[in-house]
Design a binder for this molecule. Structure first.
Ligand code: EPS
Length: 353
């Protein structure tokens, strides 16, 4: 079974566990001639990395990416691009006490039920560590999209727990704080909320939005290759993702047709409730995607759970966990959007020339 591969014509496969020797990916289908090097990929990896602020996991990975194949003299060759990152700061002893237990709210239980065994160290493949390689592959896709189509991709934290952060968008400030918050006035509120949360030992969810500008018209194919369907699948495949909205998303439930439709004039669309996608095909408007991330389930606050023999046990998780995994999710949703768009550009080209 091959369920670690995403995409059709631009296709990537990730491998590796959080506490294994390394994580990696193989990207197949990248057109030749794209200038890329490890430094450019690292720029994106650093944005996602742990240990950059007190609000995220304190695991310190170097995330030095090695390009093993597919790039010669600084350019992609059209052959598979293999990327590898060594895991250098795993502390597996933190997981000794839960190796026979299931953390409520965690993939521990379902991995065990499905496979009859699990790599309990750091959550194995259900760890946020897996998202590293999506960001690495995404760095190549976003560069190609920018060079060939001028596509610009930007994500941001739209909500953390009860705090809405995107009512007063100041785009230029998103990278200036550790939350990817687009409103600098909200940052102190986020800091005190997160400090109190960390102290309490609890965790919280978040909403992360992303926009792609200058998306070519015509990406996506009815009916089983819709762009929005592939975006939903891409975002939902991120560990801890629990919901995806495109454009107005679930707000469309309460909208009237007169409000939801995006009126058209010679100057262009007058609104963008559709999120840049009509009938599964990009309209040329900005593509807007919103993803909900659940609160992290690895908590030091004790709770009731089961062990692998079915006994009721008290579950307490030690280690260096993110109190809000959504804080680091902005580069990940950006990467997934880039990966889907690039795949669809190649698919559109293949069918329509
Ligand atoms: C994670 C738990 C922590 C995080 C990890 C995701 O790992 P550990 O328990 O091994 O310290 O550090 O995130 C990363 C290593 C990463 O690069 O994103 C989890 O349970 O998902």
């Amino acid at each position: 079974m091959s369920h670690n591969t995403f995409g059709h014509l631009f296709r990537f496969t990730t491998f590796g566990e959080s506490h294994g020797p390394a994580i990696g990916c193989v990207i197949d289908g990248c057109p030749p001639g794209l200038e890329i090097d490890a430094t450019e990929i690292k720029v994106q990896l650093v944005r996602r990395a742990t240990g950059k602020s007190r609000y995220t996991s304190q695991r310190r990975e170097k995330d030095d990416v090695q390009i093993l194949s597919g790039v010669f003299k600084g350019k992609t060759t059209g052959t598979p691009i293999a990327l590898l990152i060594e895991n250098t700061d795993a502390k597996s002893k933190d997981y000794e006490n839960i190796k026979r237990q299931f953390r409520p709210g965690h993939a521990d239980f379902t991995y065990w039920k499905k496979y009859g065994l699990r790599d309990y160290r750091g959550g194995g493949r259900s760890s946020a560590r897996e998202t590293t390689m999506r960001v690495a592959a995404g760095a190549i896709a976003r560069k190609w999209l920018k060079v060939n189509h001028g596509v610009e991709i930007q994500g941001w934290l739209a909500q953390l727990g009860p705090i809405r952060t995107d009512k007063n968008m100041r785009w230029e400030t998103i990278e200036d704080n550790p939350f990817f918050c687009p409103d600098p006035d909200k940052v102190p509120e986020l800091e005190s909320f997160m400090d109190a949360l960390r102290k309490s030992g609890d965790s919280v969810g978040a909403r992360v939005n992303v926009v792609a500008r200058n998306v070519p018209v015509g990406l996506g194919a009815p009916v089983y290759g819709k762009l929005d369907a592939d975006l939903a699948s891409a975002m939902m495949s991120i560990n801890a993702a629990k919901g995806v909205e495109i454009g107005a998303g679930f707000d469309c439930i309460a909208q009237k047709g007169t409000q939801h439709r995006d009126e058209m004039t010679k100057e262009g669309f007058l609104s963008n409730h559709a999120g840049g996608i009509l009938g599964g095909i990009s309209s040329g408007q900005d593509v807007l995607v919103s993803t909900a991330f659940k609160p992290t389930s690895s908590l030091r606050i004790p709770c009731r759970g089961l062990d692998i023999d079915g006994n009721e046990v008290e579950v307490v998780t030690h280690g260096r966990h993110d109190p809000c995994v959504g804080i680091r999710a902005t580069p990940i949703v950006e990467a997934m959007l880039a990966l889907v768009l690039m795949d669809h550009v190649l698919r559109h080209r293949a069918q329509n020339g």
